[in-house]
Write a protein that binds this ligand. Structure first.
Ligand code: TK8
Length: 333
């Protein structure tokens, strides 16, 4: 009898110990975020991701750790989105253009000259219309957190000064992997090639493509001026980024940590826009020292707008006319 009591007491003590340890572990469980981007570690995008990392690690008292990988180390935009879907990577931040094969409605941002200014872009992206697009990502196993900024895209080439759409006739322009971008350059008579961002520099260096289009900060900080001689401020598309997290990982986070991640995402969005706008202004000026930068007159820019108009009619159905109308209405508010 005595032995039985001692044995029961020992089992109870052991169970209590394990329970206490378990509770301790639960309270101390850490979550690791692997975050990958395509731009390099000089970009506003990378600096903003470090800003996000520091906020999340501080506010969670180290319960969340963020490892950041730049320069397409983990793959290109499409590949990293697929890694989030498979639960093999937790975060990425692609341009919206390569997202279109996943969620066609994101093509609304590829409508040329859609946003007359960054203020209108912010208004739409941070509105209920933008939130609906972020929420649509849950259909493909991804949680869209916020929109960051890539910026207005400008043409560069190694061939000649470009002032009119006819100047790009036959030009082999690299575009993001998105049919609307291809069609826009075809409408101008160019000969566009879709390509992942990570392959672009060597393609220009080897003369596989004549030109590309990206915001000024990217053109400067990725050293594109080393392999491109001419730039034109076409500003033909405003590119957002989407800061996104794997839904499977998000669902495993306790509610308090979800709040910390969301709060850091919103703060990093505002930080990113400020930094990116400063960079794009600053690096356009610096590029004037190393490239021929053509600044179009309003009349010249209008020629590019006219040349790409067919894209609107061709893609209205794919995007959804009601979404296009909602975006335009949001801008007018
Ligand atoms: C970086 C890309 C890049 C984009 C492109 O991952 O592919 O030209 O502008 O910023 O998303």
């Amino acid at each position: 009898m005595r032995k039985t009591i001692v044995a029961v007491l020992l089992v109870l003590l052991l169970a209590a110990g394990l329970f206490a340890e378990g509770r301790q572990e639960g309270a101390e469980e850490t979550y690791k975020i692997t975050a990958g981007i395509g731009l390099n570690d000089k970009s506003a995008q990378y600096e903003s991701l470090i800003y996000f990392k520091e906020l999340v690690e501080k506010e969670s008292a180290g319960r969340i750790i963020v490892d950041v990988y730049h320069s397409s180390q983990l793959g290109d935009d499409r590949e990293m989105m697929e890694a989030l879907q498979r639960g093999e990577q937790e975060m990425t931040c692609p341009s919206t253009a390569p997202m279109v094969p996943f969620v066609p409605e994101y093509g609304v941002f590829d409508l040329p000259f859609l946003f007359p200014s960054e203020a209108e872009a912010d208004k739409v992206l941070d509105s209920a219309v933008g939130q609906q697009l972020l929420d649509k990502l849950s259909d493909i196993g991804i949680k869209g957190l916020v929109f960051w900024e890539n910026g207005y895209r400008n043409l560069t080439n190694s061939y000649q000064t470009v002032r009119t759409p006819t100047d790009v006739k036959g030009m082999r322009v690299r575009t993001m992997e998105n049919p609307m971008h291809l069609d826009a350059w075809r409408a101008m008579g160019a000969n566009p090639t879709p390509m992942a961002f990570g392959e672009l520099f060597s393609a220009m260096q080897q003369g596989v493509v004549d030109g590309q289009e990206n915001p000024w900060g990217t053109i400067y900080l990725q050293n594109f001026f080393e392999v491109q001689d001419y730039a034109t401020d076409t500003g033909h598309v405003y590119s957002p980024f989407v800061l996104m997290i794997a839904q499977s990982f998000w669902d495993r986070l306790p509610a308090d940590l979800q709040g910390i991640v969301m709060d850091a995402a919103v703060k990093s969005r505002d930080h990113n826009r400020d930094l990116n706008r400063r960079y794009n202004k600053e690096y356009m000026e610096k590029l004037k020292d190393v490239m021929e930068v053509t600044v179009l007159t309003p009349a010249e820019k209008a020629e590019f707008q006219k040349a790409v108009q067919p894209v609107y009619a061709k893609y209205a159905d794919t995007i959804g006319q009601s979404l296009i109308d909602d975006v335009l209405a949001e801008m007018k508010k």
